[in-house]
Design a protein around this ligand. Structure first.
Ligand SMILES: C[S@@+](CC[C@H](N)C(=O)[O-])C[C@H]1O[C@@H](n2cnc3c(N)ncnc32)[C@H](O)[C@@H]1O
Length: 457
């Protein structure tokens, strides 16, 4: 049985009254697992992912599990995710073409969901303050294969300074006391103490104050936590409403087992019933809280900043452009019409960066646009990331490997083909699914799986 802190037990006995026992009991029960299918990728019925149990209120969401070692996961066709967390992504309700900021984004559950909803139109800026976690965010987003994502590794205050009123939607999936994760991750209990929720709430107010500055008037702020504590849930929303009179709550659709937020947990404002609480004794997923707020008002004057020097120094030379075109046109014609002004080069690394995207070059970035590959002396090496954006069904040069060969390739080994293929860079597929680039020389496929992504055993 889960050993809960005595202060926690007493707090929730007082807050939940008659329901407290059912609530504590539910923390010992198994949680229903889920995954999302990545709608950016072509249909892949042949991957035999079990989609017989759709989650009725989540588009592309299913009950069940998919192994992290599977081809489907490695090639970015699925994302395993708790169903409550999926619900938050659904609540964001992004429309293709919008500009979205995911401010606390690692490991990428909401960001991959948003990227999917954008359908390669508009822009997602996905930010994570912690560098190690930001690297995991990069891996997960790159697998997903979206072309319109910038990944930053910044403190929210720098985004507030540099990207004022830039976003249609801003998501703050806040660092919190994590009470809703106790069941999944028992170690989360170790960090908890009586004052922890209040400490987390102070940090959340600071993050939200920065987040609001990046939101366009007319835009929406989505605030969520994976905790039950009123200090971080209803009380934070109540603080937002009183501190920022231009914010108003938007009603969120509720489905079976979902509770409305509890006004009595804050200042009694009945508007708080527009928020949603997912409690494990009522709902099948982990604990979660979510609120959606609309920012009224007219756009204020935003000082236009001088373009950062790095922006201008990052132009592609005509030789580099020719080398890029020569390499990519051998693989696919998808990039044939993209103009030179939409590329940037930093230390020989090439990125796609749409001219209309905001200037992020004064900030710490992990991916200033879609990473396309690296110039090395007189050649260009296309990136793993680029391979995962390609549709193998649309005229892409490809070589099909067996599942055994795929496993070998994922271990970093060279693969030998039974028949020789056309020499040069090619998309590698397995069961028709694109999973990486390889370089063919006769019957040999040289391995280019990034070291950090290789299977170790
Ligand atoms: C709940 S997790 C985000 C989960 C993520 N949205 C997802 O769906 O996969 C909160 C994140 O906030 C980050 N964080 C911690 N302190 C922060 C701060 N002061 N400002 C912004 N983010 C912070 C943590 O590193 C963590 O990755």
């Amino acid at each position: 049985m889960l050993k809960l802190p005595q202060d926690f037990i007493e707090k929730y006995q007082t807050l939940l009254g008659d329901e407290a026992e059912a609530f504590f009991k539910s923390l010992d029960e198994d949680v229903q697992k889920g995954f999302r299918i990545n709608s950016l990728k072509p249909h892949a019925d042949h991957l035999q992912i079990d989609t017989s149990h759709p989650i009725p209120f989540i588009k592309d969401g299913y009950y069940g599990t998919v192994s992290g070692r599977s081809l489907a996961h490695q090639a970015g066709y699925v994302y395993s995710q708790d169903i409550s967390a999926m619900y938050v992504g659904q609540v964001v309700d992004v429309q293709p073409g919008e500009t979205v900021l995911d401010l606390c984004a690692a490991p990428g559950g909401k960001s991959t969901h948003i990227a999917q909803q954008l359908n390669n139109q508009g822009l997602l800026v996905s930010n994570e303050i912690n560098h190690k976690r930001a690297s995991i965010l990069v891996e997960n987003l790159e697998r997903f294969g979206a072309k319109n994502v910038i990944i930053l590794n910044e403190d929210p205050s720098h985004l507030a300074q540099n990207l004022k009123q830039r976003f249609d939607k801003v998501v703050v999936d806040a660092p919190c006391s994590g009470e809703g994760m106790f069941r999944k991750d028992h170690s989360a209990i170790k960090y908890w103490h009586r004052d922890y929720p209040t400490e987390c709430a102070a940090r959340q107010r600071k993050i939200l104050a920065d987040a609001i500055q990046t939101l366009k008037p007319g835009g929406e702020l989505i605030y969520s936590t994976c905790t039950f504590s009123p200090e971080e849930d209803e009380q934070i929303v109540s603080w937002l409403l009183t501190t920022y009179p231009d914010l108003e709550l938007v009603e969120i659709p509720k489905f079976e087992g979902m509770d409305a937020g509890w006004p009595d947990f804050a200042d009694g404002n009945p508007e708080l019933t527009k928020t949603v609480r997912l409690m494990p004794h009522h709902f099948k997923g982990e604990g979660q809280f979510v609120a959606k707020l609309h920012l009224n008002g007219k756009p204020g004057k935003v000082k236009t900043k001088k373009k950062n020097k790095k922006q201008n120094q990052s132009q592609l030379t005509s030789d580099q452009f020719a080398l890029w075109q020569q390499t990519i046109n051998h693989i696919t014609d998808e990039w044939a019409d993209v103009k030179r002004s939409n590329f940037k080069v930093f230390n020989n690394h090439l990125y796609y960066f749409d001219r209309d995207w905001p200037d992020i070059f004064a900030m710490k970035y992990m991916r200033p646009g879609l990473y396309l590959g690296e110039f090395k002396k007189k050649r260009f090496e296309p990136s793993y990331n680029l391979a995962l954006t390609l549709n193998p069904d649309e005229g892409t040069a490809k070589v099909e490997l067996s599942l055994d060969q795929w496993e070998k390739y994922m271990h970093g080994e060279t693969v030998t083909l039974s028949n020789s293929a056309s020499n040069g860079w090619t998309l590698l597929t397995c069961e028709g699914v694109g999973f990486a680039f390889g370089k063919v020389v006769g019957t040999t496929v040289k391995n280019f799986i990034p070291k950090g992504l290789r299977f170790l055993n």
